[in-house]
Design a protein around this ligand. Structure first.
Ligand code: PEP
Length: 240
């Protein structure tokens, strides 16, 4: 029996010029098909590139998502993007609660709950990020923090309709990956709290550590930032 397909989500964050984004999407599409990749790949480009990337990957198994969404469908929310808009231009997913949004935009678990609900009502699958900060990990409070985040964010939400990404804040973009035992411990802890929702790991995943992480029990996939921008690294990971 072949390996169970994993979810490999590429968070491009606020990176790439238009031609670079199109080139990367085309290269990902080509290596996905050349290598007959089995995993579910989701590209999460900056919003301004969603339409052009959709054009490149349409008619393929690669899916598209936004990096965030508002909780309202429309209105006076300058600079925001609604889940209805994401859906209308071909997205199937939206990240909500990324630690960079929590930090720079002061997003709370209550707000993330509203965004996740709005995404679901618009037939998008929210990729909900949770994870503790370094001081919380050092104080041994990581389980407590993550379970409190999940309790609030998943309130009145059908867990069958979401993806959860465990991303320790201290491991995101820092080059510091959580140890395999740490990932195994927290994924085993989270899994019973989220019923059938797939559980991704994110935080400095790269071409050196992805195999070990993907082979951990209860790791259903990866949310990848930096390494998703480099075609050689991303190809290895998405085609594992
Ligand atoms: C992320 O953006 O969610 C992420 C995990 O980034 P990186 O892989 O660069 O740590």
């Amino acid at each position: 029996m072949g390996r169970v397909p994993k979810i490999i989500a590429a968070n491009w964050k606020m990176n790439l010029a238009p031609n670079e984004a199109e080139k990367l999407a085309s290269e990902i599409l080509k290596s996905h098909s050349d290598n007959s990749c089995n995993n579910q790949v989701i590209l999460l480009p900056p919003n301004v590139y969603l339409t052009s990337i959709r054009g490149i990957i349409s008619n393929s198994a690669i899916k598209l998502g936004g990096q965030d969404c508002h909780f309202e469908d429309k209105g006076a929310f300058t600079g925001d993007t609604s889940p209805a808009m994401l859906k209308n231009i071909g997205c199937e997913y939206a990240i909500v609660g990324h630690s960079e949004r929590r930090e720079h935009h002061k997003e709370s678990d209550e707000l993330i709950n509203k965004k996740a609900k709005a995404a679901i009502s618009n037939n998008l699958t929210p990729i909900i990020c949770v994870g503790e900060k370094l001081q919380e990990r050092e104080a041994g409070k990581h389980k407590e923090i993550v379970s409190a985040q999940l309790k609030t964010i998943l309130s009145s939400i059908d867990a069958d309709k979401v993806i959860i990404a465990y991303e320790p804040v201290w491991a995101i973009g820092t080059g510091k990956t959580a140890k395999a035992e740490e990932i195994a411990e927290i994924h085993d802890f989270i899994k019973p709290l989220i019923k059938t929702a797939p559980l991704l790991y994110g935080g400095s995943v790269n071409d050196k550590n992805y195999k070990e992480i993907l082979d951990i029990n209860n790791v259903d996939g990866l949310l990848i930032g930096g390494a998703s921008l480099i075609i050689e690294k991303f190809t290895q990971i998405m085609c594992y």
